[in-house]
Design a protein around this ligand. Sequence first.
Ligand code: ADP
Length: 622
Amino acid sequence: MRYLKSLNKYFWKYRWRFLLGILFIIASNYFRILSPQVTGYVVNSVEEHLRDNREKEAGLKPSESDHLKLEKSEKREYDILVRVFITRIDLLKPSFGQKVGICGITLLVLALLGGFFMFLMRQTIIVMSRHIEYDQKNEVYGHYQRLDLNFFKTHSTGDMMSRIAEDVSRVRQFTGPAVMYLINLVAVIGFSLFFMIRKDPLLTLYVLAPLPILAITIYYVNNIIHKKSEHIQALLSDLTTNAQESYSGIRVIKSFVQEGAMYQFFQNNSEDYRKNAISLAKVESIYFPSMGLMIGLSTLLTIMIGGIYVIHGTHHTDIGTITEFVIYITMLMFPVSAIGWVASMTQRAAASQKRLNEFLNTEPKIDMPPHGLKKDIEGNIVFDQVGFTYPNTGIRALHRFSLQIKKGQKVAIVGKTGSGKTTLAQLLLRMYDPQEGKIEMDQKDLKEFDLKNLRNQISYVPQDVFLFSDTVSGNIRFGMGSGNEEEVRQAASYAAVEKEIQDFSSQFATLIGERGVTLSGGQKQRISIARALIKNPKVLLLDDCLSAIDANTEKEILSNLNSYLKDRTAIIITHRIFALFDFDLIVVLDEGEIVEKGTHRELMEKNGYYAYLYDLQQQKEE
Ligand code: ADP
């Protein structure tokens, strides 16, 4: 439950709305609680009327003084508003029919008032919960954005999605309906107990005798329901994951002819889910009837014990009181049966909030200096004895890596897969910080820079390109915010993809992804390159992003880059060697360490590892 404390800031933020909601709940219940009293009064009037008639028929004079005495003592037990109402009616001295008519209209007005305030109570409390949900979703999303890459590597997308969607919505079930029903419950119980005890404490005691049994039943049944529904939730999540994998891996499933096996697997999961869901439905089907039984028992006790009192004339109990009590009990039925629901909602919300707090309390490992350097960088980069080990796997990706890159230099990082090339790019973008050594940009430690300012001036094209479900143009100008059509076209032209885009049905306005065109791997890579080039970066980082591009297009892009890069610093990570591109420096990496460096000619003359890689590539291409 303590996890829900973190919601206090939201309740505080919406305190006035919340307070108003509470007032509306009280008002709604206040008007509803007056109906039993008016009904009791009417019933008593009817009974009196019948008695008078009987007495008249028997030729006796109605004993008025007795009546008045009784009425006065009775009136004191009603609510002040009802007392005023009765006094007014008595002053008017209406006929019996008129009296019943006025009471009927009053009951209708009371029901309308109760309903009106109930409407307002939903308008405030449920609306408040929607505001909280909105704030919380933004908070979680905003926090996701702040977290470092390691967090995303160690948490599955499904898990993150379920926290921002399902957990937030479960918390909303608490801040909205659960809180509303809880306050409502307190108000109904408070009001009815107050008037019941005031009217007849002993009868109240008898009537409420089954309540502890009810509470215990609710507690046990609710626990069972809670456990079962948790289990069902987990089964449902498995089922969804299973279905999702089947859809996304459909090509593999079909080519390995595993449709039958996958179907069987899904069916087994589904069967398990069905059995559990049915078992839950059975328990739930006991819940409400048992509640009804208890309430019925209370009603029975009221009529029986009240009836005995009336028959024996003891305890001042009259038929009106019995009627009043029966209505109170009926009014208690729904809120009391909702106790279990409220409890389980609260439990679930606490579990969800705990999961959310786990994320919200995770601090990004990359610390941002509060007043970081915000300046235009030139692109002089120094790696000084840099060592980096991935914290989650303990794999050492870089070891004593030292390299100087001057402004405007074009450097190639060559090596086999797994030699640490991508890690270098990640460190330069400060996705991670090195554990050993340091990286400098323009003679200043990278950590001194304002992170956003730094990343804004470095363009990065990752190995596994990612495009958004947006237009081609939207994807290219992603990092820009603005960027006019001409700039977009120019960038696409540098990336040698413009011609193909012009052939699309809506050219640059063509949608990419499920709702639009499906692009080839090479097209995606080139659009990503265009996205990096349009940013006009000081440093360009290309991470093996020409792998799906044919040799001719590759040549075109490289020659375009030659003119585009001019005085920009460029680091081109590749497992292929581009002999035609005039690199100032080629660094050969193996197992996180530099094994060779120099220009293409120097390295070929050296006839070492680089020359070996190059020969291997030539042989393959031939
Ligand atoms: P390259 O880009 O040369 O293929 P990487 O820099 O991606 O190499 O990887 C270097 C080493 O670090 C590899 O052994 C790889 O398995 C490991 N590695 C890469 N990324 C991660 C990660 N996010 N978590 C743990 N280990 C990683």
